[in-house]
Design a binder for this molecule. Sequence first.
Ligand code: ATP
Ligand code: MG
Length: 347
Amino acid sequence: MKDILLTGDRPTGRLHLGHYVGSLKNRVELQNSGKYEQFVFIADLQALSDNAKTPEKVRENVVQVALDNLSVGIDPKKTTLFIQSQIPELSELNMYYLNLVTVSRLQRNPTVKDEIKQRGFEKSIPAGFLTYPISQAADITAFNAKYVPVGVDQVPVIEQAREIVNTFNSLYGETLVMPEAILPKDDICKRLPGTDGKAKMGKSLGNCIYLSDTPDVVKQKVMNMYTDPDHIKVEDPGKIEGNVVFSYLDAFCKDEHFEKYNLEYSNLDEMKAHYKRGGLGDVKVKMFLYKIVEEILVPIREKRKYYEENLDEVYKILIDGSDAAKKVAGETLKKVRRAIGVEYFEK
Ligand code: ATP
Ligand code: MG
């Protein structure tokens, strides 16, 4: 049997370059390696946990996130793409796991702590939001996932899922598969910063370049990107650390891009050295980055256009994927109910 991969996105907005380097690229490569069975899901229940008052935002973005996944190369013939809320089995699993975690453990989860602060939830945290790592453990274990390709912000959440699996298996007997996070190789891709220089590009933070942005919008966002505030004149020496344009070049630029778009240098180190010495203006570096980003986005936009014009096909993929996922989750739920001893009427 092939090892199983599972990963998901919250339908709180369209997907962006952070998702691309942090998770989407990995999931497409792993899908195409043929070595795994893969599930990708749209985490609408999780999105509602901090968007309960704006369900229309979540509803609209379910299709957007499906389009983003399909347009980067998720292939429904190879990957099961489904919607979390269509699998009620996940909510029942969540119910059993809720008893295995303390409130103080949830409050200590560094990712949840950060996200509570970002959302201004300090005084009143929706219970569903505080407990989303538990529901995420239900998603992962329902599909017997061994590997979960994620960005680094999700590592503490996977760690919490591992604890739940440990507790469950030691209380009720070996039932659940132990999951493991798969992170991108390059550090910069583990958490791509926002265009504003903030630590993370995030849909809820308004600092994203979306995979579906038009070339004009991408150009404008690149041109407005945070650089070195002290690099005022071209001849001034510039700083690389904390300069988002160079962080993005670290994530996306390959030596071959210099051959194509900028013959002045043969690699990024040479360009960085010139910037540090002084004499290289921000606009030049930004134009170079823009061309590289566009090279990635052009084929994605093209594929998206096809699916946007064939939305029936997208809905059919989601219906079929959700049906298939429901069957797998149902099997796990049965095992879990048996292990706990709440399968009363089984012959
Ligand atoms: P939200 O702000 O609503 O939480 P988000 O932008 O964080 O949205 P998610 O749907 O929570 O996106 O994350 C989906 C996946 O993408 C996760 O595996 C997450 O770790 C990864 N990811 C999100 N943002 C980044 C980023 N800036 N760099 C690398 N990976 C990221
Ligand atoms: Mg997030």
